[in-house]
Design a protein around this ligand. Sequence first.
Ligand SMILES: [Zn+2]
Length: 181
Amino acid sequence: MKSKLIKKNRERSINSFPYQVGWGFDVHKFTKKKKNLVLGGVKIKFPLGFEAVSDGDVVLHAVCDGLLGAACLGDIGDYFLPGSPKSKNIKSIVIVRKVLTKISKEYEIANIDITVVLEKPRLVRYKKEMLDSLRNIFDIDRVNIKIKSKEGLDILCGVNAVACFAAVLLRRIGNVKNKRN
Ligand SMILES: [Zn+2]
């Protein structure tokens, strides 16, 4: 009797605040073996490419990890194993579609806040295009991008890498049961 009451109270407190926060991070190094970059779904001309099993879109990878984290569904490595032939040369938009399919039954995205950290290339002129692309990909207007330099410091793999952080907020659609009880 007592445990039923505790369970009900837990469910009520979970459902009274129908939001879940997630945080994602990703980094990829440059390689001379490839050319051009993809960031936030936008192709960017550059003499180097990303060293990655996929196209190395750090922005989409960080957002996907944030979304999975907010939904308590692990991270993208759980669904696309780095050593698996299925993951080789995979386009990040395929990863996004899988993640959105996983979360969309129970959640909608409230907002996404992205910080890209890099020395080169200069991303400012691509910012608007990246925002449009991300709004389109995730079907939400409330997307924000900040572009930060490393100030010449040897952080986040130094000048030869691009890093990205993404904070996301999901709103639960409908009430959830407390699965631990
Ligand atoms: Zn990645």
